[in-house]
Design a protein around this ligand. Structure first.
Ligand code: NAP
Ligand code: MG
Length: 402
């Protein structure tokens, strides 16, 4: 069989620990036999980040601007223990944070749905994708404890020195100041509208604009203005909808919905709701994640980390049963997007085939340990006597179906 050709490279960001082991297996068993894989390789493994003073992370993000599509393996974000373990020169920042800052993107997280392993919310038939605005609000806030009598004000001093004041509170208590910027909200809105068009799903957005008449209302207004000016016609042509409502109404509707839409969330809402949605769908190992920039750059990855505990078992020569589904879907997502941008139909079809083979494998009862644990809340498990495979065995079982 002739291998599928790729005209433009994908930026390949290798990573750490157990996911680095899976990465190699996925390439060898599921990709390279079928595709003349064309990637520009960046080693984001912690050792190499340390050797290059983290320049490799910056380079990989800049390469993503050039080629538009990247696929990333999970990476270690160093802490004190890792400083010692890897004898690091510095406590390097989170690679995901660095990449996101350079690409100015929004992260979309979507569960991978498999028949037989169903979300505990019975009405959810299709995935719910969460988009979290990853800038500002309480995450860049200033706070004070006010010990006694006196007043707290918001003061804006313009460049010419004139001041505008707003009383917050008089007397003891706690106060908080936070901000956002229009430009960031605009980027967030465009990333969401573009991703909705890309995936042909409705877009929901919600804030508390009735209470927060300036702060939250600005989010609502910016979304609506951009939608009306740039996306209304495109959405209608694609047969999808932009739907705005209050956050509490959105939560109630989400619980009763069938899924199959994108839920854009302000920073805090996204932090909280993504944990709710992902745990209701079962497992972090079945969750994909894609960073979408307003300019149309895409970086695909798994939502989980490097699975350190399994890696240490692997190093001791013990067998592991680590779920590679999210990492496989990161590759299929990137390959499909590459195919779309290059008009490479074969590559797009391969991405579909790879995802189908992966899901078919699980639906046929062959899976890793995390999925096979029956009766484990909150997943409703209806697959009879699943066969538990090890990390490699699961990938080989998928390869058989490709
Ligand atoms: P983790 O790697 O997501 O793993 C936490 C636990 O979740 C595992 O011990 C395992 O549970 C289960 N798990 C996660 N993914 C799994 C998979 N694919 N298959 C089977 N089980 C899976 O989180 P962590 O241990 O907190 O973090 C490890 C490293 O990852 C840290 O250095 C952190 O900085 C990094 N991290 C990176 C990213 C990223 O690059 N996007 C994201 C998060 C964390 P059991 O042990 O019970 O089997
Ligand atoms: Mg959270």
């Amino acid at each position: 069989m002739e291998k599928i050709k790729m005209t433009t490279p994908i930026v390949e960001m290798d990573g750490d620990e157990m996911t680095r082991i899976l990465w190699k297996m996925i390439k060898e068993d599921l990709l390279e036999p079928y595709i003349d894989l064309n990637t520009e390789y960046y080693d984001l493994g912690l050792e190499h980040r340390n050797e290059t003073n983290d320049q490799v992370t910056v380079d990989s993000a800049n390469a993503t601007k050039k080629y538009k599509v990247a696929v990333k393996c999970a990476t270690i974000t160093p802490n004190a223990a890792r400083m010692e373990e890897y004898d690091l020169k510095e406590m390097w920042k989170s690679p995901n944070g660095t990449i996101r800052a350079i690409l100015d993107g929004t992260v979309f997280r979507a569960p991978i749905v498999v028949k037989g392993i169903e979300p505990c919310v019975k009405s959810w038939k299709k995935p719910i994708t969460i988009a979290r605005h990853a800038y500002g609000d309480v995450y860049k806030g200033s706070e004070m404890k006010i010990p006694g009598a006196g007043k707290v004000e918001l003061v804006y001093t313009a460049e010419d020195g004139t001041q505008t004041r707003e009383l917050v509170h008089t007397g003891a208590g706690i106060v908080q100041g936070m901000h956002n910027v229009n430009e960031s909200i605009e980027s967030f809105a465009r990333s969401c509208f573009n991703y909705a068009l890309d995936t042909k799903q409705d877009l929901w957005f919600a804030t508390k604009d009735t209470i927060s008449k300036k702060y939250d209302h600005t989010f609502k207004d910016i979304f609506q203005e951009i939608y009306d000016a740039e996306y209304d016609e495109k959405f209608k042509a694609a047969g999808i909808e932009y739907f705005y409502t209050l956050i509490d109404d959105a939560v109630a509707r989400v619980m009763k919905s069938e899924g199959g839409f994108i839920w854009a969330c302000k920073n805090y809402d996204g932090d909280v709701m993504s944990d709710m949605v992902s745990s209701a769908f079962g497992s972090l190992a079945m969750m994909t994640s894609v960073l979408v920039s307003p300019e149309g750059y895409y970086e695909y990855e798994a939502a989980h980390g490097t699975v350190q505990r399994h890696y240490y078992k692997h190093l001791k020569g013990e067998e592991t049963s680590t779920n590679s589904v999210a990492t496989i879907f990161a590759w299929s997502g990137a390959l499909r997007k590459r195919g779309e941008l290059d008009g490479n139909k074969e590559l797009m079809e391969f991405a579909d085939r790879l995802e189908k083979a992966t899901i078919d494998t699980i639906e046929a009862g062959e899976m890793t340990k995390d999925l096979a644990l029956t009766g484990c809340c909150p997943i409703v498990h209806t697959l009879e006597n699943p066969t538990v495979l090890n990390s490699e065995g699961f990938i080989k079982a998928i390869a058989k179906r490709l």
